[in-house]
Each structure stands twice: as structure tokens, then as C-alpha cells.
Design a protein around this ligand. Structure first.
Ligand code: NOJ
Length: 544
């Protein structure tokens, strides 16, 4: 599709969007119980968009807010059509939609479609008898003749993927905890019910979904044993990696069929959107893009999370992914979320601004994980205070996701302005320095850099819709590229190292419109050949 054709297609709200991810339990407590809630999110909407001092995001993705026994912090849903009473109620949710709309913020819900809670009435009914109406809503198999599990599959969170149920005398399958039984997506009733979930929330004003664990949706119909991974070292590795998940994951053709069906619902005049959680290589991601004929569904690209902060590695990957997708598909690059360590804990505090510059000048839809805009770090969680079920099941592998889920740091007061009482997870020690109040006052803060980058992005067609063109910077530590559309051309340079770096780009003087270096003069013609960047400096130039 040409640039012109792109522009004449009906506008999709998410294409120029910047999305902000909120972990509701950790955003703002208004009930005084140390846990965040929906009212807290409403109270903080001005921070996100709508005033001169806002961050300027277009949408928020909420981690699950459904009723749940919270064995996996809401990823064990007990009712898809209600709000967790601890977080609020439907009236408060409707108010959230209304107040968000008033500030041009769309709402994206987490769509936990692969599994429910074991306390969900559907599962209770399914487990009650082989003859129950929902008998076939989950994945049940008989034991082997010796009574053992039907095959060798393991759960992502450790231990077998099968649990024996005394009442049915059968095993049920769970990709995650035994409290999270997998739904049977080969049952048309399940498919229809889960589509109704989408319709229900869209009718209430929700604009999009984040599809959880979509790779697990279908399993091999013969339930064959998975091959053993010859490279796995049981002494150091995650036990899940002892097997190669040929049969329990990414059963592509059936998943793509469902994506296509969901795409039809979302794009049917509804302007809905879905981004799926997909831990897949670039070529597989392309197939997920292609399955969405109306382009309402896209996969998230989580590959950068596992890469070292090295120009050659990251550049090769972005160049390749961009050329594989072409201009027809909208990419996405994830730099942080609730399942991995925070950016500054992974890469170091000095990298926060460079990552922001990269993320907000790449093609596609940037997702900002709450607190990343402050360069917020995670807290050390003592073993006895661990809440993350994954860490509890396989301790000591460095998985602990709690540290990336600590309370948002609003100010330097008690409990960082998150709550009046001790929060459900400890605060990060740095909160007296790293907090919204302080950073809003400091022109050179990480927060103000995010605000500037988002503002530049919003006003630049080249950044929203333009092509990505790789460029050699003449320095192995500097990543550079051009974003270009018709009459607008921007060049980005990012120094990945802590030391000064000289770039050699053969382009005549250009105007610098943003730099993370507070001493650099903006709006000035600067030669790109011989330009010296300070350590970790990111710049955006407007080319003539
Ligand atoms: C992926 C989610 O991001 C994670 O937090 C959750 O534990 C698993 N899926 C299971 O739902």
C-alpha cells in the first residue's frame, strides 16, 4: 500500500496512539487499604492527558480488573462481566470511561482468554461431572493406565501442566497455575462466549484489548509428548525450558483463525483494537499481523526485552523487523511491562532517557509501563514478602515480578503519595528523589523528556506514519535512523554508551529539535559529520 493510500484508509484511533500501561493495584489507593483502585486511576487522569502538565498519552491499558481470587493478581478471572469489588464497581468503571473520554483517553482492557480461575462458575460446573453442560469447556483427559498425567507437558510457572481432579477422575490442563485451568477453544460455545466478552466491554465504551497468553490458546489435538530440550541445564535453567513446546504453544493456524474472527468483530465499524501477548520471532509475528485482515489486531513484539543494550544487536533486529513488516503493518516494540524487570534495573539508570528517545521515535505504537516515565526502579523484595506466584513456584531463578509492580511514586511524602498506609508491596528506596512532583518541576527530568517526546511525536507525521530508514552513524556505539514522510524528514541519533561518541553522517547542517543533553542548544543548525554526543545522549534533528 502506498503512503497516499494509507492516509485515505479510515483513520484508526490507535495508529498514532501512545499507550500507558497501568497496573491498577499499584497506581493510586483511595480506599486507604494500601492497594490501588479505579477511583485512584480516575483521580490521576489529568496526569495522563488533558492539561498543560500532562504526559500526553492517548490510551491506557489496565491489567485485569475483573473479580478474581488473585492467585495470579487478576490473571485468574472469576467473572468476565464484572469489576473486582476491591478495585471498584461497574458505576466507577463507567465513570472512568466517561472521565477518560473527556480527556481523549481510550481504555484498553486485559483480555484473559486462554484460562479462567478455577473458582470461575464455568470451571466449577465443568469439574462437577463429565455430563455437565460445560463438561467440555476445559481440557480434560483420562490418566494413563498407571494413573499418571496424560503427557509430559509442564506449566510455564513450574510443575506439571496437568492436575488430577478427584470428582471427574480426570486431569485438567493448565498452562500456568493449577488455579488457572485452560479453556477449550475447540469448543464453539467457548469461542462464542469469549467473543461476547469483547462485545460486552465494547458496548460499555472500551476501545481495545490486550490478549493475554494467546500463544497457548490451542494444543496439539493428539496431546503428544513435547521433545526434550538438549541445551537445557537443569542446575541453572528455568524448568519450563527443559522441554521444547512444539505441541502446547503456538499452534499457529488455529490461533490465526481466531485472530481473524476477533478482527472481524473489532473492525466491524467498532473501531476496536487488540494487541496480543506474543513471545515469538519476527517471522511468526508477521503471520499474526497478516491474520488480521481489518488490521485491528496486532502482536506485541517482546524480543528487545531479551537483548543486550548494544547498537549492533538492537539495530539489526529493528532493521530486520521493519523490513519484514514493510509499511503495510504497524510494528510495536516493548521495552518494559509488568512481567519483566524495570528498564533501569535491567540496563542501568543512565539509560532511561536513551530508551525513551528510541521507543518514542520508532514506528508503531509505543506502550509506556507506569513509572518508566520517571526512570523508576524496582524494590528489593525479601523472600518472605514475595507475592508473585511464579517466583513462589520456582524461587531463586531471578523471575520475581513483584519488583516491577511496586507502587507508583507520586511525591516524596509518606508512601510516595500512593497511599496513606503501608502499600501491598514495598516502595522502591529511590522514591524521595524519583517521583512525579519533583520531576514535573525539573526541566531536565526523565518525566519532562517523555512529555517532550510525546508532544513532538503527536505533532510529527513523520514519527506517526513515516517510513523508518536505517542509517549508518559512523560510530559503533551510536544508533541512527531516519523517519520520513513526503515533506518531513527527521533523523534520530542515540549514543548507547556512557562515553562521548563522535558521529560521522554525511548530511549537511540540520536543526536539532530535541536533545537529552541539557547543555545542547536547540533550534540550531548543526553539522552531523563530527558531531560529538555526550554519553547516553539522544537527539532528534529536523532535516532540511
Ligand atoms: C501473561 C501475563 O502478562 C502474566 O502477568 C500472567 O501471569 C500470565 N500471562 C498468565 O495469565
Amino acid at each position: 500500500m502506498s503512503e497516499r493510500e494509507h492516509e485515505s484508509a479510515p483513520p484508526k484511533w490507535w495508529h498514532p496512539a501512545v499507550v500507558y500501561q497501568i497496573y491498577p493495584l499499584s497506581f493510586k489507593d483511595t480506599k486507604g487499604n494500601g492497594r490501588g483502585d479505579l477511583k485512584g486511576i480516575i483521580d490521576k487522569l489529568d496526569y495522563l492527558n488533558g492539561t498543560d502538565r500532562s504526559l500526553g498519552v492517548d490510551a491506557i491499558w489496565l491489567n485485569p480488573i475483573y473479580p478474581s481470587p488473585k492467585k495470579d493478581h487478576g490473571y485468574d478471572v472469576a467473572d468476565y462481566y464484572a469489576i473486582d469489588p476491591e478495585l471498584g464497581d461497574m458505576e466507577t468503571f463507567d465513570l472512568l470511561i466517561q472521565e477518560a473520554n473527556a480527556r481523549n483517553i481510550k481504555i484498553i482492557m486485559d483480555y484473559v482468554l486462554n484460562h479462567t480461575s478455577s473458582e470461575h462458575p464455568w470451571f466449577q460446573e465443568s469439574r462437577s461431572s463429565k455430563n455437565s453442560p460445560r463438561s467440555d469447556w476445559y481440557i480434560w483427559l483420562d490418566p494413563k493406565p498407571d494413573g499418571s498425567a496424560p503427557n509430559n507437558w509442564v506449566s510455564v510457572f513450574g510443575g506439571p501442566a496437568w492436575t488430577f481432579d478427584e470428582t471427574r477422575g480426570q486431569y485438567y490442563m493448565h498452562s500456568f497455575l493449577s488455579d488457572q485451568p485452560d479453556l477449550n477453544w475447540r469448543n464453539p460455545e467457548v469461542v462464542e462466549e469469549m467473543k461476547n466478552v469483547l462485545r460486552f466491554w465494547m458496548d460499555r465504551g472500551v476501545s481495545g484489548f490486550r490478549a493475554d497468553a494467546i500463544e497457548h490458546l490451542f494444543k496439539d489435538s493428539e496431546f503428544r509428548d513435547e521433545p526434550v530440550n538438549p541445551h537445557h541445564d537443569p542446575n541453572i535453567g528455568n524448568p519450563y525450558n527443559a522441554l521444547i513446546h512444539t505441541y502446547s504453544r503456538n499452534q499457529r493456524s488455529e490461533i490465526l483463525r481466531i485472530i481473524n474472527e476477533i478482527d472481524e468483530i473489532l473492525s466491524d465499524g467498532n473501531q476496536g483494537f487488540m494487541i496480543s501477548e506474543t513471545w515469538l520471532c519476527a517471522e511468526d509475528l508477521l503471520e499474526y499481523h497478516k491474520a488480521s485482515k481489518g488490521k485491528a489486531c496486532l502482536p506485541s513484539n517482546l524480543n528487545i526485552l531479551g537483548m543486550p543494550w548494544q547498537v549492533d544487536v538492537i539495530k539489526n533486529y529493528i532493521d530486520r523487523y521493519d523490513s519484514i513488516l514493510g509499511n503495510d503493518h504497524c510494528p510495536n516494540y516493548v521495552f518494559s511491562n509488568h512481567d519483566v524487570s524495570r528498564i533501569v534495573d535491567r540496563l542501568g539508570k543512565s539509560k532511561a532517557k536513551a530508551v525513551a528517545t528510541l521507543q518514542l521515535t520508532l514506528r508503531g505504537i509505543p506502550f509506556i509501563y507506569y513509572g518508566a516515565e520517571l526512570g523508576m526502579g524496582g524494590a528489593q523484595i525479601p523472600p518472605e514478602e514475595v507475592q508473585d506466584p511464579w517466583e513462589k513456584q520456582v524461587p531463586g531463578l531471578g523471575i520475581n515480578r513483584d519488583s516491577a509492580r511496586t507502587p507508583m511514586q507520586w511525591d516524596d511524602g509518606p508512601y510516595a503519595g500512593f497511599s496513606d498506609v503501608e502499600p501491598w508491596l514495598p516502595l522502591c528506596d529511590d522514591y524521595r528523589e524519583v517521583n512525579v512532583k519533583k520531576q514535573l518541576e525539573d526541566p531536565d527530568s526523565v518525566l519532562n523528556l517523555y512529555r517532550s517526546l510525546i508532544a513532538i511525536r503527536r505533532s510529527s507525521r513523520a514519527l506517526i506514519k513515516g517510513r523508518y530508514q536505517p542509517l549508518e552513524s559512523g560510530n559503533e556505539n551510536v544508533l541512527s535512523y531516519i523517519r520520513e514522510i513526503e515533506d518531513e524528514k527527521l533523523l534520530v541519533t542515540i549514543n548507547f554508551s556512557d562515553n562521548e561518541a563522535e558521529v560521522h553522517i554525511d548530511i549537511p547542517g540540520s536543526e536539532i529539535i530535541l536533545s537529552t543533553n541539557k547543555n545542547r542548544k536547540l533550534d540550531k543548525l548543526t553539522a552531523l559529520d563530527g558531531l560529538v554526543l555526550e554519553g547516553n545522549e539522544g537527539c532528534i534533528f529536523k532535516l532540511q
